[in-house]
Ligand binder design. Structure first.
Ligand SMILES: Cc1ncc(COP(=O)(O)O)c(C=O)c1O
Length: 391
């Protein structure tokens, strides 16, 4: 048996999304073509865009379809920087952001941007006051709605209000939050001078059961954003190229399905996660939940196993049929210490001793039981691995 507890990496395709995807794939025609076939494709695309806009609380024209979270983030940050660089040179980058954001900002730094970091709290949160302190005069700011590793939720509304007050354009990375946190672009926006405050928000379809390869960037009508890609005039010129009609239809279907079960499913995941965390603590008394114990993604259990090597734990659990994650990036197949745990004040040793279990739509009690049945032995052996490695 296999037990999948890595839904934050990617979650299984929803049947509704699969059906919408396959049905739309049968439609022949480029949505930019003026003939009847093209117009059929166009209608499907624009219906999907309307549904996506409704789910994300924005206008259809503000939905820019992309290939996923990384592309959305790159498009937003490069585009905002290019359109603002003549006026200001600082980019506000909180610690503990996803690599798609950190590495994009590093690319901007190579092109002359000055990076203004914002420290995380010990629970992994961006403190709105600290964020506000970093904003004055900045070219742009970015922030996670929910931290994808430790699961802590940020007060996105407060961050957006701070950006509006400072007259700085803000991008929100809502990839990990999607499906688990109410996300209305309109409601998150504070009244701001045109082109400032919240202007862009990134999501990825595969985190909620749409196929891998489709995502969206919400771009406010008033945003100043230069295109990253160049070509046709599709999607306000911000993402030129033939549009992915099946991907859009699947994303719309997944968003609708996620919305219809939002409350019930998040309550169910919270219950499963709490049982998982309590059970791990009983099996491994030294284990500690990281991140905010309450204000966190419902399906996220991010656990520090003191003295154990996270990679070894991951391997031993995999042998027992359990798929989890260290949550952090890999370099040549070797996990790096978690930059998020270190930004929360953890040591490098701690940052190598964490595992992230994430639950989703297909998770059941059997998944929790599988972890609880394997974790004590895996911990004993993975702690031994570290002692042996050091002697
Ligand atoms: C918070 C966050 N941002 C961005 C990304 C990148 O998204 P994608 O894998 O769709 O490119 C991820 C993916 O894990 C994520 O969790």
């Amino acid at each position: 048996m296999r037990f999948y507890l890595d839904h934050a990496a990617t979650t299984p395709l929803r049947p509704e999304a699969r059906e919408a995807w396959l049905t739309a794939a049968e439609v022949v025609g480029n949505a930019a073509s003026t003939h009847g076939a093209g117009q059929d494709a166009r209608r499907l695309l624009e219906d999907a865009r309307e549904t996506i806009a409704e789910a994300l609380g924005c206008d259809p024209i503000e939905v820019v379809l992309t290939s996923g979270g990384t592309e959305s983030i790159n498009t937003a940050l490069h585009g905002m920087w290019t359109s603002r660089a003549a006026d200001a040179d600082a980019v506000v980058l909180p610690d503990g952001e996803h690599h798609a954001t950190m590495d994009t900002v590093m690319a901007l730094a190579a092109a002359g941007a000055l990076v203004r970091p914002v420290a995380l709290t010990a629970l992994g949160r961006i403190e709105p006051a600290a964020f506000a302190d970093a904003l004055p005069g900045a070219a742009l700011a970015t922030a996670l709605v929910a931290n994808n590793e430790v699961g802590t939720l940020n007060d996105a509304r407060a961050l957006s209000a701070a950006a509006a007050a400072a007259g700085v354009p803000l991008h929100l990375d809502a990839v990990a939050a999607l499906g688990h946190v109410p996300l209305s672009f309109r409601e998150l926006r504070s009244v701001a001078a045109a082109g400032t405050g919240l202007v862009a928000m990134s999501i990825a379809g595969h985190k909620i059961g749409a196929p891998v390869g489709v995502g969206a960037l919400v771009v406010a009508r008033t945003a100043r954003m230069a295109p990253l890609l160049h070509g046709g005039a599709q999607q306000r010129g911000l993402r030129p190229g033939t549009q992915d009609v099946p991907g859009a239809a699947a994303l719309a279907a997944a968003l609708m399905a996620a919305r219809s079960e939002f409350d019930v499913e998040n309550a169910r995941l919270t219950g499963l996660r709490d049982r998982l965390v309590d059970g791990i603590r009983t099996a491994v008394p030294a284990a500690r939940l990281l991140g905010d114990p309450v204000d966190r993604l419902p399906g996220n259990a991010h656990i520090l196993f003191p003295g154990a090597v996270g990679e070894s734990l991951l391997f031993l659990l995999d042998v027992a049929g359990v798929a989890a994650s260290t949550g952090s990036a890999c370099q040549a197949g070797v996990a790096e210490p978690s930059h998020v745990v270190m930004a929360m004040g953890g040591s490098e040793r701690d940052a190598r001793s964490v595992l992230r279990f994430t639950l989703g739509r297909t998770s059941t009690d059997a998944d929790v039981d599988a972890v609880l049945g394997a974790i004590a032995d895996a911990y004993a052996r993975a702690s031994g691995a570290r002692s042996a490695g050091r002697s």
